[in-house]
Design a protein around this ligand. Structure first.
Ligand code: NAD
Ligand code: MG
Length: 392
């Protein structure tokens, strides 16, 4: 059996660590090429040493001396910064995990596809920012993208052996996040700590807060549209507080196929890692008799303005996805920094969308990495200005 060359971008994060957990259990099958991280240099160095990676990269140049010191005496190269990340993504690999959080994952993901690697895509933001570019790059280079978001992995699995032309609708489930049972009046005063704890999933802080606001689900609706090429009106969101049914695919004969599993990201990561095979995974087995009942309800649109914004973004098209994502990322930064309230994230994002969508030369520019990066910058600046205006 030949060794598979694998790289993990965002290795120190929640998805990255779950990926490492699976690889570590079966280390003899894998040759680890690159591991990347951010500020968590000690963790990065520990994992790179243990997995005997070729190179470890921190996103931050100021952290390079620390990473070098932590890797001293090992065979692992130390590198830092955006260019180093791109260089590492260009190293031949069979399988690359894209698990950086935010739009920063786009350029390395494109680079990985350009050299024909299979890209396991957790970084949903890159599909929201530049879905067509990502899909076309994969096609042009004979590379494959495998979804890692749990809902999209579930849809992908329900579609095995099926034809997308026979799909009537795709239903992605949402736990409803931390505040699903809170009265609306309380939402604006929700604290960072309250928004940072998820009822079912253990994830990075940013996606956890995005789950409470449903911005995460809004991104996932757009991700569904971009990845599976179904029309916006074919995509439904269903609140399912237990997070056991991850998605359902409805076919034109009315049949619904669904994927169920314990809320453990190693399911989706493992499926992408072993695809098209299925191998044993160390995840809990569902006992439905113990679960007893599955609960579903329609999402409350007043509570979750992000879902309406996703519809508007898909209807507008062009580069509006990049604006939406960048404005949301910046609004989230400001919420984390304590400058704005929980509901302000949606208001700010909506304002930025309105102001940039009024500029067709920007929104309707060709979808290139350069144009996406430029509009991403402008959207972040517009979000900063909107926050300044609000806070005085
Ligand atoms: P995380 O915050 O736990 O980890 C993020 C990783 O990205 C870290 O390694 C960090 O060092 C790195 N990083 C952060 N900013 C960077 C930058 N500017 N440049 C380069 N690297 C940077 O995040 P996570 O929860 O693991 O999520 C990662 C991605 O997977 C996100 O796109 C998220 O939406 C998606 N996702 C996560 C889950 C989950 O269960 N955590 C589920 C579905 C999808
Ligand atoms: Mg998801």
């Amino acid at each position: 059996m030949s060794m598979r060359r694998v790289s993990i971008f965002g290795a120190t994060g929640s998805i990255g660590q779950n990926t490492i957990d699976l690889i570590r259990r079966d280390a003899a099958r894998y040759d680890v090429v690159a591991l990347s991280g951010g500020h968590n240099v000690a963790q990065l160095a520990r994992d790179a040493r243990e997995l005997r990676a070729e190179v470890a990269i921190t996103a931050y140049e100021a952290r390079l001396p620390e990473l070098r010191a932590a890797l001293a005496g090992s065979d692992v190269e130390a590198a830092a910064g955006t260019q180093a990340l791109l260089e590492a993504a260009s190293r031949p690999a069979d399988w690359i995990m894209s698990a950086i959080v935010g739009a920063a994952g786009l350029a390395p993901g494109l680079r990985a596809l350009e050299q024909g690697s299979t890209l396991a895509l957790a970084n949903k933001e890159s599909l929201v920012c530049a879905g067509r570019l990502l899909m076309q790059t994969a096609k042009a280079h004979g590379a494959r993208i495998l979804p890692v978001d749990s809902e999209h992995s579930a849809v992908f699995q329900a579609l095995v052996g099926e034809r997308i032309s026979e799909v009537e609708r795709i239903i992605i489930t949402a736990s409803g996040g931390a505040f699903r049972d809170w009265p609306m009046e309380r939402l604006q005063t929700a604290t960072l700590a309250e928004a940072s704890s998820h009822p079912n999933w253990d994830m990075g802080q940013r996606i956890t807060i995005d789950s409470a606001s449903m911005f995460n689900k809004a991104l996932e609706v757009i991700e569904t549209h971009e990845f599976f090429r179904v029309a916006p009106e074919q995509i439904e969101v269903l609140v399912h507080p237990q997070s056991l049914v991850h998605a359902l695919v409805g076919f034109r004969d009315g049949a619904l196929m669904s994927h169920l599993g314990a809320p453990d990201m190693r399911h989706a990561i493992g499926y992408a890692l072993h695809w098209p095979d299925r191998r044993h995974l160390p995840v809990a087995r569902l006992d439905l008799a113990t679960v007893g009942q599955l609960e579903f309800r329609a999402p409350d649109s007043a509570r979750y303005p992000a879902l309406r914004l996703a519809q508007e973004v898909m209807a507008r098209g062009g580069l509006s996805g990049a604006v939406f994502n960048a404005a949301k990322e910046r609004a989230l930064d400001h919420f984390i920094a304590g400058r704005i309230g929980f509901l302000d994230m949606a208001t700010i994002t909506e304002q930025v969308l309105a102001s940039l969508e009024a500029q067709p030369d920007l929104i309707d520019a060709a979808m290139t990495l350069e144009n996406v990066t430029r509009i991403d910058d402008l959207a972040r600046q517009a979000a900063d200005q909107a926050v300044l205006k609000k806070t005085g």
